[in-house]
Design a protein around this ligand. Structure first.
Ligand SMILES: Cc1ncc(C[n+]2csc(CCOP(=O)(O)OP(=O)(O)O)c2C)c(N)n1
Ligand SMILES: [Mg+2]
Length: 382
């Protein structure tokens, strides 16, 4: 049965879910349909703000856009409920917003501020929150599949009805890690939904040049799990396909693959000029298959007025402006922050056996006192 969404995780709360009528509940209330629009618009506008900040050199690190893929992130994450865990990738800002990440923490994180989630110590996209249910991603492609197989095996062993969802790109499906994690999740019947975001490219490599499989969803057959392919630029179709897989997982029916067909309209990151993309391809997708334009047309046909959508747009702009002001006003990290929240305090750790009696190398060579990164007095033993 679909649980009501908690109102606790974000400003304005979450729209209440419809009551389940039994089997797989995929229908959405009007408020929820508007909320999907809000999250897609928020994703796009927040990324546009990040591009402005990037061009002012205020973003630390690269910037990966999900332009044209907002429906796949938002629609799939929306199929989860509180307590479920989602493992995002570089193009899943929308999924993180659905799971409760706020614009201000995202802007602070991208600007590497001292009061950002990782205090400026990690790559801008590498942060998570296990309470709200999105875990920090790591860069090696495919590696989050075995990690999430483990996370969801824990749910199963504890007898919890929680579900995990992991995103992989078309490129990541060709890694060994994807195969091992997928096979493990399948045979252990882990409550895991594996979303393949097929956006046509892995960096500069078109999908047809990195795999001979015509349909990535067909890989599900080899793993012995259900697979479904959906239009990733249709937020409702994405939500419904993911929801079916989530419900199966929650019922104890194990892992599934959902392939979402979409298109990466920008380069791999902001620095990539897409010289390898055939002329006019991106423009055609923008013109004919923009997920937000398509959804606006659909909502219009369902009786949502442009004034209602305009109100949501204005709310999104207000939230992003306030968040930008707060992020700009917060300061750079303090050097000592580098030593907070780590597993060991190097200066007071017992030296490794082969260094015993010789003093820790860090005390001798690597961290002169003048750097000011120690708050613990260092005692030389030699
Ligand atoms: C194992 C591994 N190989 C290569 C890379 C470098 N790399 C980072 S993103 C990327 C392309 C990923 O393509 P895809 O999986 O289709 O995801 P998309 O960027 O299209 O969302 C590559 C090759 C990496 N991070 N990890
Ligand atoms: Mg790709």
């Amino acid at each position: 049965m679909a649980a009501p969404r908690s109102a606790s995780t974000r400003s304005g709360g979450r729209a209440a879910a419809p009551q389940s009528t039994g089997d797989v509940e995929t229908s959405l209330t009007r408020a929820q349909r508007l909320e999907l629009y809000y999250f897609m618009r928020l994703t796009r506008s927040l990324e546009e703000r990040l591009v402005n900040l990037y061009r002012q050199t205020k973003v630390v690190g690269g910037l990966f856009r999900s332009l044209g893929q907002e429906a796949d992130s938002v629609g799939s994450a929306y199929a989860l409920r509180d307590g479920d865990i989602l493992s995002p990738l570089i193009r899943n800002l929308g999924s993180m917003l659905v799971k409760g990440a706020s614009p201000v923490e995202i802007l602070k994180q991208y600007m590497a501020r001292g009061d950002s989630p990782t205090r400026g110590r990690e790559l801008n996209i590498h942060f998570g929150d296990t309470v709200r249910g999105f875990i920090g991603q790591i860069s090696p492609l495919g590696d989050m599949v075995p990690v999430m197989a483990g996370v969801t095996l824990t749910f199963k062993m504890r007898g919890e009805t929680r579900v995990g969802l992991v995103y992989v790109g078309d490129g990541a499906t060709s890694t060994g890690a994807f195969h091992e994690g997928m096979n493990f999740a399948a045979v252990q019947r882990c409550p895991l939904v594996v979303i393949i975001e097929n956006n046509g490219y892995a960096y500069s490599t078109p999908t047809s040049k990195q795999t001979a499989a015509a349909r990535l969803v067909d890989k599900a057959i080899g793993y012995g799990v259900p697979g479904e392919r959906a239009d990733g630029n249709d937020v409702i179709a994405t939500y419904e396909a993911t929801k079916r897989a989530v419900v199966r997982a929650r019922r104890g029916e194990g892992a599934s693959i959902v392939e979402l067909m979409t298109y990466r309209r920008k380069g791999h990151a902001e620095h990539d000029n897409q010289s390898y993309v055939p002329e006019g391809e991106g423009e055609r997708w923008a013109r004919e298959n923009d997920p937000i334009d398509r959804y606006v047309a659909r909502l219009g046909a369902e009786g949502v007025t442009s004034a209602e959508l305009g109100e949501i747009d204005a709310r999104v702009q207000r939230e992003i402006d306030l968040a930008t002001d707060a992020a700009e006003a917060s300061g750079a990290p303090e050097p000592l922050d580098a030593l907070v929240g780590i597993y060991a305090v190097p200066a007071v750790e017992k030296p490794l056996w082969f260094r015993e009696g010789r003093g820790a190398a860090v005390a001798v060579n690597e961290r002169p006192q003048g750097w000011g990164t120690f708050d613990v007095p260092v005692t030389r033993t030699d």
